[in-house]
Design a protein around this ligand. Structure first.
Ligand SMILES: [Fe+2]
Ligand SMILES: [Fe+2]
Length: 138
């Protein structure tokens, strides 16, 4: 996969998280490009992109929760719940995808754009602060 620069407003200063967030944002952008009839990076159709979104969301959430656990983050349980809820929501959208690609993809795109922005700048940022404090003052 190509390297993607993350938008500075999403940057948390935890390399692994920033890298994966950039990847996640790229998938959401692919979906947007697919919707606008443009060419996606990979030339895939919408169901394939949604599938990739689901898979990568899983991968990222697992990594992030692992990192939180290793760093004894007190907000882990609550954060895990937020991740589970988002996964449930995307799976729900994906299951409704057949036959109405455009509408559902639009819904997923809008939902993910808002969710990602809010989650990264608030919830993931809370952990990033905790992480940086631990690593600056171990
Ligand atoms: Fe998160
Ligand atoms: Fe995250």
């Amino acid at each position: 996969m190509p390297m993607i620069e993350i938008d500075p407003k999403y940057r948390l200063g935890v390399a692994e998280m920033d890298r994966e967030h950039a990847q996640l944002i790229q998938i959401v952008n692919d979906l947007k490009a697919g919707l606008q009839g443009g060419t996606t990076l990979s030339g895939e159709g919408i169901p394939r992109i949604v599938d990739r979104l689901l898979q990568y969301t899983n991968t990222h959430f697992n990594h992030e929760e692992q990192l939180m656990s290793e760093n004894r983050y007190p907000g882990l349980a609550e954060h895990r719940k937020m991740h589970a809820e988002l996964k449930r929501q995307i799976e729900q959208f994906a299951s409704e995808l057949s036959g109405q690609h455009e509408t559902m993809a639009l819904k997923i795109n809008l939902f993910m754009t808002i969710w990602l922005f809010e989650h990264i700048i608030k919830d993931d940022a809370d952990f990033a602060k905790h992480y940086r404090l631990r690593h600056e003052h171990p």
